[in-house]
Design a protein around this ligand. Sequence first.
Ligand code: ZN
Length: 293
Amino acid sequence: MRAGILAAAGCVTGLILCAAAAGAAPRVVCFPDRPSPGELFFVNVKGVATDGHLEIRFAGRVFSLWPRGETMWEGLAAVDRDQAPGEVELAVFEATREVPLSRVSVRVAPRDYPEQKLTVPERTVTLSPEDQERAAQEAQLIARALATRSLSRRWEAPVLLPAEGPVSGPFGVRRIYNGKAKGYHGGLDIAAARGTPVRAPASGVVGLVGDFFYTGNTVFVDHGLGLLTAFFHMESAAVTEGQAVQAGDVLGHVGSTGRSTGAHLHWGLYLAGVRADPMSWVRLASGVGDGGE
Ligand SMILES: [Zn+2]
């Protein structure tokens, strides 16, 4: 199947998206042409023949590409939710080289995220010393899982929603817990009844399973090349670390564990450590403006 993201490059070749440098430099196309803070975008590079790995550097992060054919490369990059709008350089490198093969300018669109007020048990906002220590240890475990950069892509389009239900908390909204500003919502909340199966959105390997202070019963799946998704607040987990999963496999069941206001699934996505809206992955993988191939 060539649907979805694999067709995205074909969909946009007629558009001037990001202009590659003059001469024999590789042609670089980004989709969408004006990515928003907090979203993934697709990158297609044509005209590079190498046995090595290709990567792009964008806004201080490194994103891996995968080969497609002899001289074409594809990949995903993420715009940090707090990235200021405007022109941001995107450079294409061979992984071991310091001189870029190509540099283009990506125009990041402005994006204003709304605010959401929540009331939760006070002990989950003002932590006891014991809970602080526990949360700090768990943050280290999670950071280690997110630092994983497996060398090949493990997922294929299409990408599934991990649970059925309305979106009760969009990605990126500013969160006020019990009157205190606590950053922004780093994932997508899907309202679903307790016990609803949580399914892998795409294939990967289970990178971390735990019962954590903030996120409750938690599973991280490593989809390869620095892309991980996370499933929080579950009633229970149904997988173990190191287990390979296919799209649709049950990872656990919806619950309300950790800092949660009711049964729902929190679905998080991280690319090269950047948190982004999982729906932007679903959209890219389902072939926005389908019709390329
Ligand atoms: Zn959430």
